[in-house]
Write a protein that binds this ligand. Sequence first.
Ligand code: GDP
Ligand code: CA
Length: 300
Amino acid sequence: MKVAALSGGVGGAKLAEGLARAGAELTVIANTGDDFEHLGLSISPDIDSLVYALAGLADRERGWGRADESWSFMAALGALGGETWFNLGDADLAMHVIRSQRLAAGEPLSAVTAAILHRLGVAAKVVPATDQRLRTLVETETGPLAFQHYFVRERTAPRVTGFTFEGAGTARPAPGALEALREAERIVICPSNPYISIDPILAVAGYRDAVRDAVCVSPIIGGKAVKGPAAKMMEELGLKPSSAAVARHYRGLIRTLVIDEADAHEAAAVEAEGVRAVVVPTLMAGPEDAERLARIVLEA
Ligand code: GDP
Ligand code: CA
């Protein structure tokens, strides 16, 4: 089945791996609002989470980066007085160096990503939301923060008041993204953070019109995010952290929301938003769980 999925990093990548294992002919449209330049390198954290997951290289325990990683570079960098708030593993560093080099030579991010996937023997496609610059700014009570400063340096502590997606007004979907959505027999919104992983993609002109009748897996289980600030953000934005809030957020884009058994009591509230609720276990502790959940998404 031809599947196009919108995804952020880690939560989305788990389902993307499941979809690939379930035999989907998969194109993942990846958030690039988290991308940034650091230590002279071009870093695309969500693309990398997807690439590592699909290539079977991801570190499942840590939840980001590569398995069997070593950290000599960070130690040496710290000893020389360099910035160490953003961790870059030794093997991971190779990804950022290759990407930076090819971007500097004028290749678009989509082509660089495709070449890396090909090199790693991954059949699924990962298409950046856009080849142009897109940068999420997190508006907080103490002022706006660049995404990685909010997420990593400040550890998501500041209270969020809103988001700005710099560049979204002039950015265009990367080659292949809208085609994949048009040709898809199933459009999926991964269990990614709605505000900082999916909304930056949807802010680029063309995506909102191309996403229809999608199936989404809720990132909220039992009123909490499995990982990260999604539930905290909902509270700070004046919403009750819940799958019903996810359904409301994606109204008009999704036909079905897959919610966890722990939230079976929310099914009626989800359906009140005009969205069908499918209640199943949605925690992906490993690739088998992810594949099982992916099959439900494909059959929904
Ligand atoms: P990031 O870009 O690395 O922050 O990753 P995403 O935005 O793609 O994923 C973060 C979201 O994934 C969080 O809101 C989590 O609640 C959600 N998430 C992580 N693991 C799981 C899981 O196993 N099941 C479900 N349903 N959600 C998950
Ligand atoms: Ca991310």
